[in-house]
Design a protein around this ligand. Structure first.
Ligand code: F6R
Length: 618
C-alpha cells in the first residue's frame, strides 16, 4: 500500500501535493518523492524516509517547488528495499514520462528482461520503473498518445495498481488508472483544475466533487477540458460519475471506518490475497517463495525449526508449529523471543529459526535473531514492514505484504502471518513428500477460497455487536480452543485485554479441568471455538462442563452446526474449510468482538493505554 497524490491546474502544485502526502502517510512511510513540472523541466526530489525528510530537501531549494503540475508518492515498499533510488516518482528512460504507482506488478521480471533486451537500463529495483518504460516502449512502437500507451501497456500487466502518469511533451494532461488499488480524482470548478489521490483527503478543502475510478478503468484528465474515462481491456467509454463528498477528513483517511483497527479487520480479504499473490499457483499445484526456494536444503536438512516472536506474532508462530509439524513433519519449537534471548538456549547450525514480526523492529526478536545467528543457525524472517531491521538482519525471508497496520492491536498482521506460514508448510510438505500431491492441491484450492470466506464472515458484524453489548461489562473472560485453534483462543484473549482492558485468558479447552474450571460461574463468559473438524466431540463435552456450572457460552461453530446451538447462549457460524485453515476464519469474530466491546466502553481503540505499535525497547 502506498499513497499517490497529484495536481494539475492554475495553483502552485507544491503545497497541495506535499500536504496531500502528509495525509496519505498512513498508507506507507518508508520513502517519499515529488515531481514538479515548472513549464519546461520536470524537477524530481525523492528520499528514503518520511514526507518530513522530503520536505528538508525541497524547503532549501526553490526550483524544486515551482510549477502548476506535480505528482507525489509516499511508499510502502514491495519490490526493492526502501532507499532513494527505489522511491517514486520514476522517470522513463527518455526522461519524458514520469509515474507514481501503488500496487504490485507480478510479471515485472519477464517484462523487465524483454525491455533490457531492447536496450532499456534501470536505475531502481522496482516494478514501477519497469511499468513506465513499458508505457514508453508501447508509445514509441504504436506512435500513440499517452492515454492509449498506458492502456495498451496495462493489458500486458498482471497484478494490482493505481497509477498516475505525466508526459512532459503533452503537459496539459495526467493519465490515471486503477486495478485493485484505489484512486480518486477531485474536480475543480469548470474543469480548471484536477486533483488526484489514493483517497480524497489531500483535496477535501479544495473541492467536494470527486470521481472514484472503478477497477479496470483509466482516466485521461485534461486541464480546462475535463475527464475521459474508459475501460482498460475493451476501450469502452464510461460516463464519469462525479459525486459530492460528505465525509470529514478524518473519516476519509480511515477509509470511512471509525477506527484504523476496524479498517484493518475489513482489509483482511485483500491482505490475505496479497500475501499469497504470485506465490501460490493453485491450479498448477505450484508454491514459490524465493526466500524458501533459494534455501530449500537448509529447511529440508534442519533438525528442527525454532519459531521466535512476541505477542500476536508469537500466537501466529504457535499456529505455525501445528502447521509445520502436521504438514511437513519437521519438529518445531515456539519461543517467546524475550525468553529465548536470555535463557542460554541450545542452538546448532542444523537449526532453522523463523523470526516473525509485523513491524520488523521488535527489540527482543531482533536480539534473539542475533543470538541464533551467532550460534550458526539459519534465520528466516517473516515480516510485514519491508526493509525493517529484522528483514535486514535475517539471512532470508518473506514479506507478508499486509500493507501498513496502524491500529496498535494487530489484526491483519496475524492472519497474513498465518497465511505465509501455511504456504511455507505446504511448500516443505511438497518437497519432502509428507503430503500427497492431491492433498497439497486440495489445500491450495481451499486456501484460494479463504479471502471470499473472510469477506462473507465480516457480514456477521451486527450479530457480533449484539453479543458485545451483552458481555461488555464482564470483568473476566475465558477463551478456549483446541489444536490449530488453541493459539486463536490466546489471540482472542489478548485482543480483548489490550483494547478493552477486560481481563481475559486463553486456554486449550481440555486444560479447563486442570484449574480454570474453578472460575466458572454465571458471571463468566466463555468464548469457545468448536469447529466441526477440530476435536469437535471433545470440545462439545468441554462446553457441557461449562454449561452445567452456569457459565455463559459464546461458541464459534461451523455453518449448519445444530448440536452446539442447543447448548450455547450464542453461536457464530464460520464457513466450512480444512481444519488447518480454520484459524484464518475463527479469529475474525474475536477481532470484531474486542473492537465493539472497546468502542462500547469508550476506549481508545487505535492507541490503547500503555502500548506502542513498535516495541523497540526490551
Ligand atoms: C498485539 C500486538 C503485539 C505485537 C508484538 C510483536 O495486538 O500488536 O503483541 O504482536 O508487540 O510485534 P511485532 O509483530 O511487530 O514484532
Amino acid at each position: 500500500m502506498c499513497g499517490i497524490t497529484g495536481y494539475i491546474g492554475e495553483r502552485d502544485a507544491y503545497p497541495i501535493v506535499i500536504n496531500g502526502l502528509k495525509r496519505l502517510e498512513y498508507r506507507g512511510y518508508d520513502s517519499a518523492g515529488i515531481m514538479m513540472y515548472d513549464g519546461e523541466k520536470m524537477n524530481l526530489s525523492k528520499t528514503k524516509g518520511k514526507v518530513s525528510d522530503l520536505e528538508l530537501i525541497t524547503t532549501n531549494n526553490e526550483k524544486k517547488r515551482i510549477g502548476k503540475i506535480g505528482i507525489g508518492h509516499t511508499r510502502w515498499a514491495t519490490h526493492g528495499v526502501p532507499n532513494d533510488s527505489n522511491s517514486h516518482p520514476h522517470f522513463s528512460q527518455s526522461g519524458d514520462l514520469v509515474i507514481v504507482h501503488n500496487g504490485i506488478i507480478e510479471n515485472y521480471d519477464t517484462i523487465k528482461k524483454e525491455l533490457i533486451s531492447r536496450g532499456y537500463k534501470f536505475q531502481s529495483d522496482t516494478d514501477t520503473e519497469v511499468l513506465v518504460n513499458l508505457i514508453e516502449e508501447v508509445k514509441k512502437n504504436e506512435g500513440c498518445k499517452l492515454g492509449k500507451a498506458v492502456q495498451l501497456a496495462l493489458t500486458n500487466v498482471i497484478g494490482a495498481y493505481a497509477i498516475a502518469v505525466f508526459d512532459k511533451t503533452k503537459p496539459n494532461e495526467l493519465v490515471v488508472a486503477r486495478l485493485g488499488s484505489p484512486i480518486a480524482i477531485g474536480v475543480g470548478k469548470n474543469n480548471e483544475e484536477f486533483f488526484i489521490a489514493s483517497d480524497a483527503s489531500p483535496f477535501i478543502e479544495y473541492t467536494k466533487d470527486a470521481l472514484y475510478l472503478e477497477d479496470g478503468e483509466l482516466a485521461i484528465i485534461k486541464k480546462g477540458r475535463g475527464i475521459k474515462v474508459r475501460q482498460i481491456d475493451n476501450d469502452k467509454p464510461i460516463d464519469p460519475k462525479i459525486q459530492e463528498l460528505k465525509l470529514s477528513l478524518d473519516q476519509i483517511e480511515k477509509g470511512g471506518y471509525d477506527h484504523f483497527m476496524l479498517k484493518e479487520i475489513y482489509e483482511q480479504p485483500k491482505a490475505i490475497t496479497d500475501t499469497y499473490r504470485g506465490r501460490m499457483l493453485a491450479d498448477q499445484g505450484i508454491i514459490r517463495m524465493a526466500g524458501v526456494d533459494d534455501n530449500i536444503s537448509k529447511f529440508l536438512n534442519a533438525d528442527r525449526i525454532i519459531i521466535i516472536a512476541c505477542g500476536t506474532s508469537w500466537h501466529a508462530g504457535l499456529v505455525g508449529e501445528y502447521l509445520l509439524e502436521d504438514m511437513a513433519r519437521i519438529p518445531v519449537e515456539v519461543e517467546y523471543a524475550s525468553e529465548f534471548r536470555y535463557r542460554n538456549p541450545i542452538i546448532t547450525p542444523k537449526d532453522v529459526v523463523i523470526a516473525i514480526s509485523q513491524s520488523g523492529e521488535t527489540a527482543d526478536t531482533l536480539a534473539a535473531i542475533k543470538l541464533a545467528k551467532s550460534k550458526g543457525a539459519f534465520v528466516f524472517g517473516v515480516c510485514n514492514v519491508v526493509g525493517s531491521s529484522i528483514a535486514r538482519e535475517t539471512h532470508a525471508g518473506a514479506y507478508t505484504h499486509a500493507g501498513p497496520e496502524i491500529g496498535v492491536a494487530s489484526t491483519k498482521a496475524f492472519t497474513t502471518q498465518i497465511t505465509l506460514l501455511t504456504l511455507i508448510s505446504l511448500k516443505l510438505a511438497q518437497e519432502k513428500g509428507t503430503l500427497s500431491k492431491t492433498a497439497v492441491n486440495t489445500y491450495l484450492q481451499t486456501m484460494q477460497q479463504i479471502p471470499n470466506q473472510v469477506e462473507k464472515l465480516l457480514k456477521i458484524d451486527p450479530l457480533v455487536q449484539e453479543i458485545a453489548s451483552v458481555y461488555k461489562d464482564a470483568t473476566n473472560c475465558l477463551y478456549l480452543g483446541r489444536g490449530f485453534n488453541f493459539p486463536v483462543a490466546l489471540e482472542g484473549a489478548l485482543k480483548l485485554k489490550e483494547i478493552s482492558y477486560i481481563h481475559a485468558e486463553g486456554y486449550p479447552a481440555a486444560e479447563m479441568k486442570h484449574g480454570p474450571i474453578a472460575l466458572i460461574d454465571e458471571n463468566m463468559p466463555v468464548f469457545v471455538i468448536a469447529t466441526r473438524k477440530g476435536h469437535y466431540e471433545k470440545v462439545v463435552s468441554n462446553i457441557q462442563e461449562i454449561k452445567s456450572r452456569s457459565g455463559k457460552i459464546i461458541a464459534i461453530v461451523t455453518e449448519g452446526d445444530e448440536t452446539v446451538k442447543e447448548i450455547a447462549d450464542h453461536v457464530i457460524e464460520i464457513p466450512e474449510t480444512e481444519e488447518a485453515l480454520t484459524p484464518l476464519l475463527t479469529t475474525i469474530p474475536f477481532q470484531l468482538l474486542s473492537y465493539h466491546i472497546a468502542v462500547m466502553l469508550n476506549k481508545n481503540v487505535d492507541q490503547p493505554r500503555n502500548l506502542a505499535k513498535s516495541v523497540t525497547v526490551e
